[in-house]
Design a protein around this ligand. Sequence first.
Ligand code: FAD
Length: 404
Amino acid sequence: IGRIAIVGTGHAGVQAAASLRQDGFEGELFLIGEETDLPYHKPPLSKTFLKDDVPQLQLLRPEDFYARNRVELLSGRCVSAIDPAGKRLEFTHGGVLSFDRLVLATGARPRLPAVPGTDLEGVLALRNRADGLALRAALPAAGDVVVVGGGFIGMELASTFAALGRSVAVLEAAPRILGRAVSPLISDHLADRAVASGIRILTGTGLAAIAGEAGRVRRITTGDGQSLPAQLVVIGIGVEPNVELAAAAGLAFSNGIAVDAAFRTSAPDIYAVGDVASYEHWLAGRVLRLESVQNATDQARSAAAHLLGRPAPFRAVPWFWSDQGDARLQMVGLAYDPDRDVVRGDPQSGAFSVFRYRGDRLLSIETVNRPSDHMLGRKLLAAGIAPPIAMVRDAGADLRSLLE
Ligand code: FAD
């Protein structure tokens, strides 16, 4: 292989470049991204980035990593088209690049609601540093903040804004926050904590309209007719994968670019990884698209090995974290169709775990401020071990003994 091009400088793209070099690829390596910053960690954007006196980016790799590893980093360059047959990329502002193999790591972008007013000043979403800076700039004039969407990013931002002394309301169309992602116990617990920190949570109602004056946001109206003041509205209703490049090139896609177990797309020599890739997950046994740092980096590692002709079955156990106020939520595994939730520890104490089962099978473990259960869970799920339910409930039982 003479030349590999990677599109996207997020967690997946950068890890793909690093792994290709670690695995001994000696050819030319291009890493192309439309953002102008050196590649950086995205999770702090909704956590520390807004709170710090001076906003700091945490770089994914030290500045000299790219030159040391002969990675040609093309920042501020947007790829506008792929020619899979001719094996060429085109750039928005002119120029082409040929490749022997291509890795698409184009990530995802915030979805916007189809309501009037999303174009008003003070209506923002958060995906990258530019968005984070726009949020910081809007905060001084924003006493009332409405967060639309009680998902991970919405709840993290809500607790960040509350900590910064803002009056915060969260709108969640579903009956509970984090409804698609965690057990009812965990969502109720995190909702209680959020409310205790002064956040107002409105569930079962969506956003109907955003209204402004002189081009600036002033109020929002909920689906059930309530009117809330807002000088800042943050949209956090989920993301859509950046599939347009792949779609225009004729690659198969549905909810994401479709890839097989080796992260190959439907076009020869083109791979896709990270938030943009949809694949049949070995643990869930269904086609899905995950949005996490773990998924992006583990897929990129595996894709690099496959690309270099080294079969590497993908068996990474998915995990995730979210910081909301003083609660650190950690999740491991994938809970599709659980039929039983078992609690370990005491929710009243603010530190506990929920083990989710389908029949005898352990699907996932969700922990709040219990990192040791999370780390243990990673090992149990990787080994396919399901602790007996009575043991999980027994605070004195040592679950680590199951791994011996
Ligand atoms: P991205 O990081 O989105 O990178 C894709 C890159 O491709 C972008 O830089 C984009 O500009 C570029 N690109 C797209 N199209 C083109 C093109 N045509 N030409 C050139 N460049 C292009 N995950 C966790 O596990 N834990 C967390 O706590 C957590 N918190 C988060 C908080 C925030 C605010 C956000 C936004 C995300 C968070 N995530 C978290 C999710 C995590 O950041 C993503 O899963 C991860 O960034 C996915 O990596 P990726 O490389 O697939 O995509």
